[in-house]
Design a protein around this ligand. Structure first.
Ligand SMILES: Nc1ncnc2c1ncn2[C@@H]1O[C@H](COP(=O)(O)OP(=O)(O)OP(=O)(O)O)[C@@H](O)[C@H]1O
Length: 483
C-alpha cells in the first residue's frame, strides 16, 4: 500500500499499442521530496509511464493512485499537483510566452491576467535560468528550441494557485547547452529540498547520477531495477539497461585530414578572423553556448550547397534537423517513407520507386541502428521519440551525400545507439564523408577532429586534436578566446 508521503503510485500497469506491449506490468512509486531518475533504452516505455501518471493514458490493466487515493485521468493528475514537461514540446507557437502560461494555468483569469502571467513566468525563468533574455511578450514560434524548452520548464514549475507537487521532466536538457542544463539541475535540487518531487528522464546518465536520489531502470516495458542513485555507476546503469559500455579514447580514430581538399567553406564574419573550412573525411564539431549561431551556420552551409536550378540525381549535402517535429518527420507518413524520402531518385527505376530496393534499405537500417518497431509500414508517430530520431539519422546516412550537416542530432537517442552511430560516423569519415556536427553534449564535441567554438554568431576559436577539451571549449565560449 502506498504510504501517506506517496505523491503517486502505479501498480501492475499494462498498456498495449496493437502488438506492442509498451508497459508490461509496471510498479512505480514517487514519494514527497524525492528526485527519481528514470532511464532505459529507446522504446523501453518511459514516456508511456509518464503519460499514465499524468492521466493522458488509462491503463489497460493495473491501478494508479495520487496521495493514496485511487483516481485516473488528466484532471485527477492535475488536481494532485502533477505537471509534465513533454519530450516533444507542447507550447502553442502562435501564442506569446504569457499566453502559453495562461493556457497551462486556468487560475490566471480576470482583469490583468496578462500582466500577472508575464510577471510570474519572467520571475520563474529568472529563478531557474538566471541571465536568460526571454521576453514574456515574445511569440513562442520565434524562440529557439532551447528557449522554448526553458519556457515550458518555467511554466510547469510556477505556482499560480497551487504549488506543483510532482514535476515530470521528459528529457528536459536535450536542447540545452551544458550551462543551462546545470542551472536546471541546480534548481531541481532546490525544488526537491523544499519538499517537491521530480521524475526526471534523461539519456545523459551523468546528470541522472548527479541529480537523482533513486534511479529506476526500464527495459522492454518493465522496471528492471529501482535503487538509490549512489548504488549505480555509468557502467552499471548502461548494463542494467541492456547495453555494453564501449571504452574509447577521445582521440581514437581521429583523422588527420589537414591536406585533404576543402569541401565546404564560409568566410569569417561578425568581426571574427576565423574562416570556416571543412575538409574531405573530417568530423567538424560546432560548439559553444546554445543559440550562438551554430544552427544558422548549418542552414547557411546547406542553402549555399544545395540550391540548384536543375534537378540532380545526387545531393551533395544532407541535413539532420534539430527540431524533429518541426523540421524532421513527415507525421502522416510511414517509418519507411520517412527514411527513404531523402533519396528516392537513387531508389527509382524507370521513373518509379523500386519498392524491393526501398524495403531492403529500410530493413538494413532497422537492423543497423535497432529501430524498434514490428513493421516499418507503421506510422512514424508510432515510434518512441528516440526511435524517430534514429530514422532521421538513417535518412541522412543511407543516401550518398558527401557531406552530412547535423543539428544536435542525438536528442533523445539512447546510449547504446549513440555508440553505434559514433562508430558509423567514424567509418564513414574514414571512407571520405565529411560531417559537420553541432552538439550540446561535450562528450560528442570531444569526439570530433576539429572544433569551431561560436559566440554571438561568430567563430571565436578553432580547436584541433588534443586542444579539444571541455575546459578549452568553455573558456572560448565565455571569453571568446581559446584557453
Ligand atoms: N501511439 C503509439 N502507437 C503505437 N505504438 C506506440 C505509441 N506510443 C508508443 N508506442 C510504442 O510503445 C513503446 C514504448 O514507447 P515510449 O515512447 O514509452 O518509449 P521511451 O522509453 O519513452 O523511448 P525514448 O527514449 O525513445 O523516448 C515503443 O515501442 C513505441 O513504439
Amino acid at each position: 500500500m502506498p504510504g501517506t508521503n506517496t505523491v503517486v503510485s502505479v501498480q501492475g500497469v499494462r498498456i498495449e499499442f496493437g502488438a506492442v506491449k509498451a508497459l508490461n506490468g509496471v510498479d512505480l512509486e514517487v514519494g514527497a521530496g524525492e528526485a527519481i531518475g528514470l532511464v532505459g533504452h529507446n522504446g523501453a516505455g518511459k514516456s508511456t509511464i509518464v503519460n499514465v501518471i499524468n492521466g493522458v493514458l488509462t491503463p489497460h490493466q493495473g491501478s494508479i493512485s495520487y496521495a493514496g487515493e485511487a483516481a485516473s485521468g488528466i484532471s485527477a493528475a492535475r488536481a494532485a499537483g502533477v505537471r509534465c514537461v513533454f519530450q516533444e514540446l507542447s507550447l502553442c507557437p502562435n501564442l506569446t510566452v504569457a499566453e502559453n502560461t495562461r493556457l497551462m494555468h486556468a487560475g490566471l483569469q480576470g482583469f490583468g491576467w496578462r500582466t500577472k502571467a508575464s510577471g510570474l513566468v519572467r520571475k520563474k525563468l529568472d529563478e531557474i535560468f538566471p541571465g536568460n533574455r526571454i521576453e514574456a511578450s515574445s511569440q513562442v514560434g520565434d524562440l529557439s528550441i532551447a528557449e522554448r524548452q526553458m519556457v515550458e520548464i518555467a511554466i510547469n514549475f510556477l505556482t499560480v494557485t497551487e504549488r506543483p507537487k510532482l514535476v515530470i521532466l521528459d528529457e528536459p536538457t536535450s536542447s540545452l547547452d551544458a550551462g543551462l542544463a546545470e542551472q536546471l539541475l541546480a534548481y531541481v535540487r532546490r525544488f526537491v529540498s523544499e519538499g517537491g518531487s521530480v521524475l526526471f528522464i534523461s539519456h545523459i546518465l551523468g546528470e541522472i547520477l548527479s541529480t537523482a536520489d533513486r534511479i529506476v531502470v526500464m527495459k522492454d516495458g518493465k522496471v528492471v531495477a529501482s535503487r538509490p542513485a549512489d548504488g549505480f555507476s555509468v557502467r552499471s546503469l548502461v548494463e542494467t539497461m541492456g547495453s555494453v559500455v564501449k571504452e574509447r579514447s577521445k582521440a581514437e580514430g581521429r583523422s588527420n585530414a589537414s591536406s585533404a581538399p576543402v569541401v565546404l567553406d564560409l568566410p569569417a564574419r561578425r568581426g571574427s578572423t576565423i574562416d570556416f573550412r571543412a575538409r574531405r573525411g573530417e568530423i567538424i564539431g560546432l560548439a559553444g553556448l546554445a543559440g550562438h549561431g551554430q544552427t544558422e551556420t548549418l542552414l547557411d552551409l546547406f542553402g549555399r550547397n544545395c540550391s540548384n536550378w536543375l534537378p540532380t540525381r545526387k545531393a551533395s549535402v544532407a541535413f539532420v534537423a534539430g527540431d524533429r517535429s518541426l523540421n524532421g518527420t513527415f507525421p502522416l507518413w510511414s517509418i519507411l517513407r520517412n527514411l527513404t524520402i531523402g533519396h528516392l531518385r537513387a531508389l527509382a527505376s524507370l521513373g518509379t520507386v523500386d519498392t524491393g530496393r526501398e524495403d531492403a534499405v529500410g530493413a538494413d537500417w532497422k537492423e543497423r541502428i535497432a529501430i524498434k518497431t514490428p513493421d516499418l509500414a507503421n506510422p512514424i508517430l508510432s515510434l518512441s521519440g528516440g526511435n524517430q530520431q534514429k530514422v532521421l539519422f538513417a535518412r541522412a546516412l543511407s543516401g550518398d551525400a558527401e557531406t552530412v550537416l547535423m543539428d544536435d542530432p542525438m536528442r533523445g537517442v539512447d546510449i547504446g545507439t549513440k555508440q553505434e552511430v559514433y562508430s558509423i560516423l567514424r567509418s564513414e569519415a574514414a571512407a571520405g564523408r565529411t560531417f559537420i556536427w553541432y552538439s550540446t553534449e561535450m562528450d560528442e564535441i570531444c569526439l570530433c577532429d576539429r572544433v569551431y567554438v561560436f559566440r554571438d554568431g561568430a567563430i571565436v576559436a578553432e580547436l584541433m586534436g588534443d586542444e579539444i577539451s571541455e575546459d578549452h571549449v568553455l573558456a572560448a565560449s565565455f571569453s571568446g578566446e581559446a584557453a
